[in-house]
Design a binder for this molecule. Structure first.
Ligand SMILES: [Cu+2]
Length: 267
């Protein structure tokens, strides 16, 4: 598949060479790219995500959840391209088992790519730290995972027990209903199926895998928005149908902080 065409694809189906370049760029964002304050590009993204819980910007329970995370995903893609201009932020198809080659897929949790699916990620991501240990005193000073451990969350083939894309896309004709369904799916795969660092929103953006997960969420939103039968989903006056006037105000005033300016949000 053409590297550098700007298209995001199922990361388990791009070439091994491209996956190598992808993880290499992720590592470089944490080891070779720094802002003037000495913080790495990777840690700055994480800090922006974490600080969005503070200072009253409600990006995880309010209507801004999907739009705000689209922005942080797009920004990571821009940063990746500063390291390697041909890269795109591909996605994990969360209806598949990232530990399995079923369907001709590459395993994503390998020493050469995302590291271990259980315990500390290790390998190329061994130095990706988490503040979880420091803040909770539970010893998790590095990113860790607990993928698909419970049969309650896992199908016999190892994939998450999650609705198909078609079911999610058909869930609602207005933004409020659809966004609720999409967030429920996100919460299930992030907090119940992948687990570990990604289980708790406050720490989740330490782990690079979270961007593959959020890229998939964003893909589903884009598919829903661009359904040719529903032009109202892209019209500014109706794109957020179903939200209360108060929620619309919230979305309008909180949508892309801190990047939009105007708050005291750090950094
Ligand atoms: Cu988040």
């Amino acid at each position: 598949m053409p590297l550098g065409d700007g298209i995001r694809r199922d990361i388990s189906k791009v070439s091994p060479l491209e996956r190598n370049r992808f993880i290499d760029a992720i590592v470089k964002l944490d080891t070779t790219k720094f802002y003037p304050d000495g913080v790495s590009y990777w840690d700055k993204q994480e800090a922006i995500h974490k600080n969005a819980h503070f200072h009253g910007v409600d990006v995880h329970v309010g209507p801004a959840f999907i739009p705000w995370h689209r922005v942080i995903v797009n920004r990571l893609e821009q940063l990746l391209r500063e390291v390697d201009p041909e890269l795109s932020l591909h996605y994990w198809d969360w209806t598949t088992d990232p530990r399995s080659t079923f369907g001709g897929r590459a395993v994503l949790f390998t020493p050469q790519f995302m590291g271990n699916s259980n315990g500390n990620a290790g390998h190329l991501l061994d130095f990706f730290e988490s503040t979880e240990g420091e803040e909770l005193g539970n010893g998790h000073d590095k990113i860790w995972r607990s993928v698909g451990l419970s049969p309650d969350v896992t199908r016999p083939n190892g994939a998450p027990k999650i609705d198909s894309d078609a079911v999610i896309l058909a869930a609602g004709s207005n933004f409020a209903t659809f966004a609720k369904k999409l967030k429920e799916a996100h919460d299930f795969v992030a907090h119940s199926y992948i687990g570990g660092t990604i289980e708790k929103p406050h720490y989740s953006f330490h782990d690079p895998f979270v961007f593959l997960l959020h890229s998939n969420l964003d893909r589903l939103w884009a598919k829903w928005q661009t359904d040719p039968a529903h032009p109202e989903r892209l019209s500014p006056s109706t794109a957020y149908n179903g939200l209360s006037p108060g929620e619309l105000t919230t979305l309008a005033t909180e949508n892309v902080e801190p990047w939009a300016g105007g708050t005291n949000l750090e950094p």
